[in-house]
Design a protein around this ligand. Sequence first.
Ligand SMILES: [Zn+2]
Length: 56
Amino acid sequence: MKITDLSQKCPKCGCEDKTIKRDLDTEHHAHAKTGAVICSECGYVFKSKEECEKEE
Ligand SMILES: [Zn+2]
């Protein structure tokens, strides 16, 4: 989990509160993630830092 993700504002609603879900996709365990950061307000799913860097 990247701690820096927790300081990002939600691009959709601007909320800074987040929920971290772990083992969200147990079905896709081969693609295992340490966790997903989800906006507590609107449910926006933040991407991992690496994925964000690709977009930018
Ligand atoms: Zn949001």
